[in-house]
Design a protein around this ligand. Structure first.
Ligand code: COA
Length: 143
């Protein structure tokens, strides 16, 4: 099956994938400060990932794969693409918050850290301060 990963804009297809994955969308709009990459197969958007970039730090968010396409490597490919982009743009530490996928990210090089260790720019994001519950795992991958 042909697939492509490319930068995309936030739209209703992205919102639908995030809602299917029970991920927050309240802080997202076409003009929000999030770079999205979409995985499309045969013109269908099957997965998405988002990056917020703050100099040496990045917040990885909104990794979601359509229920019918899970466990097929799509999440891993999107994660690798987002990590490459973050590094290309100067990020040396990639942070994320998750309530359901700590083990998934642990297997891909992320380590759980204390929320108190968050860089100021990451702590100021709505994901960190408002949208993700305080019980979320806060994780980092350093270059
Ligand atoms: C988490 C998610 C993005 C994974 O994407 P995917 O394309 O299905 O996963 P991949 O194909 O890259 O990896 C599959 C492997 O990860 C494991 N895995 C999938 N979801 C997992 C989770 N939530 N926790 C732990 N392991 C998970 C699978 O069991 C499989 O393991 P295996 O390689 O030993 O067989 C997808 O399940 C999803 O969209 N979940 C809902 C949204 C979400 O929780 N996003 C993450 C927080 S931002």
């Amino acid at each position: 099956m042909d697939f492509v990963i490319q930068q995309i804009c936030f739209d209703e297809r992205v919102a639908a994938l995030l809602k299917d994955g029970a991920l927050p969308t309240d802080d997202l709009s076409p003009s929000s400060n999030v770079v999205f990459f979409g995985y499309s197969c045969d013109d269908e958007l099957c997965g998405v990932v988002g990056l917020e970039l703050y100099g040496s730090w990045a917040l990885l968010r909104s990794l979601a794969v359509a229920p019918g396409h899970r466990n097929d490597g799509i999440g891993g490919k999107l994660l690798a693409r987002a990590e490459d982009e973050a590094e290309k743009r100067g990020a040396r530490e990639i942070y994320l918050l998750t309530t359901t996928a700590e083990a998934y990210f642990s297997r891909r090089g992320y380590t759980r850290v204390e929320r108190a260790s968050a860089p100021t720019a990451i702590a100021a994001t709505r994901q960190f301060s408002d949208l993700c519950p305080s019980s979320s795992s806060f994780m980092v991958k350093k270059k």
